[in-house]
Write a protein of this length. Sequence first.
Length: 133
Amino acid sequence: MPENSINAGPCVCLSGEAYADCCGRFHDGGAEAATAEQLMRARYSAFALLNAEYLRKTWHPDTAPSDLELDPGMEWRRLDILSTSRGGPLDAEGTVEFKAHFRHNGERGVHHETSRFVRENRRWYYVDAVMLA
């Protein structure tokens, strides 16, 4: 999909906002996520749009993988934020529990985890996650 049609359409994180006003502003470097949930949504959108650069940029250096390959066959369909704990603009840490629905090789699935985030130098970073059933 051409970039201008992505920017004009709804955000893939399903926030109800236009991509350009939601995750797009984080992806293009025009803004930083103010909360852990915003970063979670932006990272989900980056996975859906195969934006490995943004994922690397927002992964805490202490836990980031040395290599990150995204599967173009993975089709992310829906993000459900189930709960958040802390993670506000003045917090130093936070968690976000979510379910990300996907389709891969014709099979449907759900990725369920609680992600942990830290805020350092006014920027949120993804640290790690606990996978849930």
